[in-house]
Unconditional design. Structure first.
Length: 305
């Protein structure tokens, strides 16, 4: 817990306790009675009250008289609080991976997953209300993606693996494409980047246009196995996109991704391996990149998942 808290403080600027409250509110649909928040936390009544007050001062939540019980207060997640949640989500996931997930072998992780699923299934069978289970199912459909979050229609864990595998194939595919790209294809790629520039205010279409750009680049690859595998992974990812979560920095982030994709096209057109490698590094959005430059007080080892 100390390690997770330190990572959130240093990288996202909020305490772990605040993130826990925001998460519980998100799971509950944005609102919880303060006494229910108390029941779900490890704080005392006065501790929850102080915590909610501090978060209210920072604009993350609001406290309103409950319509169901005027003696109680409802804690309501603000738009700013929701924005913070989606920005911190990938930081938290990467930190859990660093301090916990990476310390397990595949066999240990599989055994632990089986045991914990058994416990959760039995607890779920004891529940009389379905609201919390529905909220948890919805929560699992958010996929951290670079500095933004995608709403997806499938299990986010498997899609995260698909995205990471596709990203691992990006460099060899770009290098092969750079050796074989024809001038007519390069003109099409530049036109695709131009079309992406017109979609900054339509983020879902922006991502789809970006993935179509990568499909066109892949068409230049002469390695049939590499091209087929890459396209299958890309199709699997694109087919499950439901929406792009409107985080506060989304527009700026899309402009950054536009520049990255323009750089990729220029690198492929140049045919220079060094430029292609640099462009591929700039394109890498996998969660591990988030932690490459972070200095940890305990071991100073970057996340390498």
């Amino acid at each position: 817990m100390r390690s997770l808290s330190r990572d959130l403080e240093e990288t996202a600027g909020i305490p772990l306790e605040w993130y826990s409250v925001i998460t519980r509110l998100t799971e509950a649909g944005g609102t919880l009675p303060q006494n229910e928040l108390l029941r779900r936390s490890r704080f005392s009544q006065s501790g929850v009250s102080r915590l909610a007050k501090r978060m209210e001062e920072e604009g993350l939540v609001e406290r309103r008289p409950s319509e169901r019980d005027r003696r109680n207060l409802d804690v309501v997640l603000t738009e700013h609080g929701q924005d913070v949640y989606f920005r911190v989500l990938s930081v938290h996931h990467s930190s859990v991976q660093k301090h916990f997930g990476m310390r397990l072998t595949d066999e240990e992780a599989a055994a632990l997953t089986t045991l914990m699923r058994k416990v959760l299934d039995e607890l779920g069978a004891e529940k009389t209300g379905a609201a919390e289970e529905t909220a948890t199912e919805n929560l699992e459909q958010f996929l951290p993606f670079g500095e933004t979050v995608l709403g997806v229609t499938s299990e986010s864990t498997s899609l995260r693996d698909i995205a990471a595998t596709r990203e691992a194939l990006e460099l060899p595919l770009l290098l092969d494409a750079a050796r074989h790209a024809r001038p007519s294809v390069l003109n099409d790629l530049r036109a695709r980047v131009l079309s992406m520039s017109r979609l900054i205010d339509e983020p879902e279409e922006f991502f789809r246009a970006g993935w179509e750009l990568h499909r066109q680049i892949a068409s230049c690859c002469q390695n049939d196995v590499l091209r087929t595998l890459y396209l299958n992974l890309l199709d699997a990812l694109a087919s499950h996109l439901k929406r792009v979560v409107p985080t506060h920095n989304l527009r700026q982030y899309l402009y950054e991704r536009l520049a990255v994709h323009a750089r990729i096209v220029d690198a492929v057109a140049s045919g220079e391996p060094e430029l292609v490698e640099a462009a591929a590094r700039a394109h890498d959005y996998t969660p591990s990149r988030l932690y490459e430059s972070m200095a940890y007080a305990d071991d100073r080892v970057p996340l390498d998942s």
